[in-house]
Ligand binder design. Structure first.
Ligand code: SF4
Ligand code: SF4
Length: 302
């Protein structure tokens, strides 16, 4: 497949792997983590969004819409998504950039070209491209193709994934992904289903298989998001530490602190946010205490 769907291609990122990264966010995810940091990446379908805080209430968009999908009421602009054909006319004419699509279709060549624009920065910093999401594995052929072309062009490739996909999708990537950053969120499968919408048997089987294939290469990192009430509990973190140690004590683990800033996206998109009242990340002392659970098991934790 030569076309894929992304919701962002972010340049100069420093949080998605080593060095300076170009991060390609692929749209669509089979999971529904309650704390998702990128809610605009959940659905594969593209939607039109209105940002109330930017809107100047000119009504220009309403006038150009060929399907009358927009209504300017006394206090807000309403989008009839069923009537919207995604023609883009309203986005073009809005003088305040208050309307936007939450995704776009791109070809392999377009992504490669965009990533290669940053190759100087990748070279000096030890960086490269990172595929994230959504869930990048939900567009497997496109991912494989883009990663293959970029590896041929000597760009190092990182995949951030929860590995909720058949092994047949993951295996071909072993030849073209330099570093696998694998999310392990909740150890208990029933609790995992409550937190993410899916049980974790498939995920853990893939984690074991990948760790076995990459043992001793340094090409795999386990990442654990710290989410109040779901992942960041003593019981869950101890269980994940035991699991990682049993799989491979040399597997490094990175704890990713909760990011309350994602709440702004939920507000902009008018989506319910279970964590609206959580305005603080975990303190350095709390994160150190969480790290201790991993160190006690002899797991290298960052
Ligand atoms: S054109 Fe833009 S600023 Fe004007 S009403 Fe429409 S969304 Fe708001
Ligand atoms: S994208 Fe086109 S159809 Fe949809 S609301 Fe805008 S102008 Fe109307």
């Amino acid at each position: 497949m030569s076309t894929g769907r992304v919701f962002d291609i972010q340049r100069f990122s420093v949080h998605d792997g080593p060095g300076i990264r170009t991060t390609v966010f692929l749209k669509g995810c089979p999971m529904r983590c309650r704390w998702c940091q990128n809610p605009e990446g959940l659905d594969r379908a593209v939607s039109l969004w209105h940002f109330e805080n930017l809107c100047g209430r000119s009504g220009t968009c309403v006038e150009v819409c060929p399907t009358m999908a927009l209504t300017l009421g006394p206090d807000r602009l309403t989008i009839n998504h069923a009537a919207c054909t995604l023609c883009g006319k309203c986005v073009e004419v809005c003088p305040r950039n208050a309307l936007a699509f939450d995704g776009r279709d791109v070809t392999v060549d377009e992504v490669v070209e965009e990533v290669l624009r940053d190759s100087v920065f990748h070279g000096v910093s030890g960086g490269g491209v990172t595929f994230s999401g959504g869930e990048a594995l939900a567009q497997p052929q496109f991912l494989l193709k883009v990663a293959s072309v970029l590896r041929e062009r000597d760009v190092t490739t990182t995949l951030e994934s929860a590995l909720h996909a058949p092994w047949a999708v993951i295996e071909p990537l072993l030849d073209v992904i330099s570093l696998f950053v694998v999310d392990v969120k909740v150890a208990d499968s029933a609790a995992h289903a409550v937190a993410t919408g899916v049980p974790n048997e498939l995920i853990l089987a893939n984690v074991r298989r990948l760790a076995e294939r990459l043992a001793g290469t340094g090409r795999m990192l386990v990442r654990v998001p710290l989410v109040p009430g779901y992942t960041a509990t003593e019981k869950n973190l101890r269980a994940i530490a035991e699991l990682v140690h049993e799989i491979d004590p040399a597997l490094p683990v990175e704890l990713m602190n909760f990011n309350p800033l994602a709440g702004a996206k939920y507000r902009r998109m008018g989506m319910p946010n279970e964590f609206a009242d959580v305005t603080m990340a975990f303190s350095p002392a709390e994160v150190s205490a969480f790290k201790a659970f991993f160190s006690e098991q002899g797991v290298a934790v960052r």
